[in-house]
Design a protein around this ligand. Structure first.
Ligand code: 13P
Length: 321
């Protein structure tokens, strides 16, 4: 990955009609903007689709747009490209990576797989295309239980790269999957003490958590789910206050869909009041306009990698129906 935005033009930076110009061009060029819930509110509000990782993959799979602008992180855009090799996939910032994906280098993972013969490999979608290519099936936080349970109980399984999600799935399915030791830096840093303090101060609040959080936090949670599942829970549950253990971007949709309710993000530690993913937050409106105007930076993958990584993703999509 390299820095494509050293030369973002003054013209774009000073454009007072950024959003309008972006939307006009998007329509003219038959493009679609897909955005994850962790994006800044201004991007979520102009996206054609905002969703969790599964929803975004499903949307990418069915779109007939010519160009996909992906406002998320690198592995999400890679998934869109793998599903659409003939379309242009453009990302606002190619440096928007993922700590979890980085925690699983493909060469080490290949060695790990070789050390565990007879195991099939289920990889969480937060991994590189190379790791996907080494996997039998992909899962997201919203379908992981279903995917794992699609295999017989006695099947030996390697689960990568998130050990927190893997441990959680082991607990609820009674499996004993071997876990790769990866974590998401944003979720793994969330501290139990911060939650205990918030709960003491807000005894009427429910705790909701993303399964990438540590097991000790998940054990305390009233509800655990993907970003979409967390938002839906806050809409349906009668509670008026929620302690939210995930990335801050999600608050935008929660507040929009339940305006009368209160949402308290769990501070990562005493020196930090928010859990912003530094990669998700690399995407900005000027970068969006730049990529719509110049159709770059384009995400490119080799045909060989696309073919190998596509199989486990398609298998996930089939199993998710
Ligand atoms: P979901 O949106 O699928 O829950 O995943 C979010 C994510 O990638 C957390 O790091």
């Amino acid at each position: 990955m390299n820095n494509q935005f050293r030369n973002i033009s003054k013209e774009i930076l000073s454009d007072s009609n950024l959003v309008k110009d972006f939307l006009d061009l998007k329509q003219k060029k038959n493009a679609i903007l897909l955005a994850h819930y962790y994006q800044i509110p201004q991007i979520q509000d102009i996206a054609d689709f905002v969703g969790d990782s599964l929803g975004l993959s499903q949307e990418a799979f069915k779109t007939d747009a010519k160009i996909i602008i992906f406002a998320g992180v690198h592995f999400m855009a890679e998934t869109a490209k793998i599903l659409n090799p003939d379309k242009k996939v453009i990302v606002p910032d190619l440096n928007a990576g993922c700590s979890l994906a980085d925690s699983c280098p493909p060469d080490l993972f290949k060695k790990f797989i070789n050390e565990h013969p007879e195991h099939i490999v289920i990889s969480y979608i937060n991994c590189s295309a190379e790791v996907k290519a080494l996997s039998d099936v992909i899962c997201t936080s919203s379908n992981a239980v279903k995917i794992v349970e699609s295999f017989p109980k006695e099947q030996k399984i390697i689960f990568a790269p998130d050990k927190n999600l893997g441990g959680y799935i082991n607990n609820i399915t009674g499996r004993n999957m071997i876990l790769w030791e990866g974590t998401c830096e944003v979720h793994d840093i969330i501290k139990t003490e911060a939650i205990i303090n918030l709960r003491e101060e807000n005894p009427d609040a429910k705790l909701i958590a993303h399964p990438e959080c540590k097991g000790v936090i998940l054990a305390m949670a009233d509800f655990i789910g993907s970003t979409t599942a967390l938002i839906n829970y806050t809409m349906k549950d009668p509670a008026k206050k929620f302690i939210v253990a995930t990335e801050t971007g999600i608050l935008h949709q929660m507040k929009k869909s339940s305006p009368g309710k209160q949402f308290l993000i769990v501070p990562a530690d005493e020196t930090c009041t928010c859990n912003d993913c530094p990669y998700m937050k690399m995407n900005t409106l000027p970068k969006l306009l730049h990529c719509m105007k110049y159709e770059e930076p384009e995400l490119i993958l080799t045909t060989e990698l696309i073919e190998k990584a596509k199989k486990p993703i398609l298998r996930m999509l089939e199993l998710s129906n």
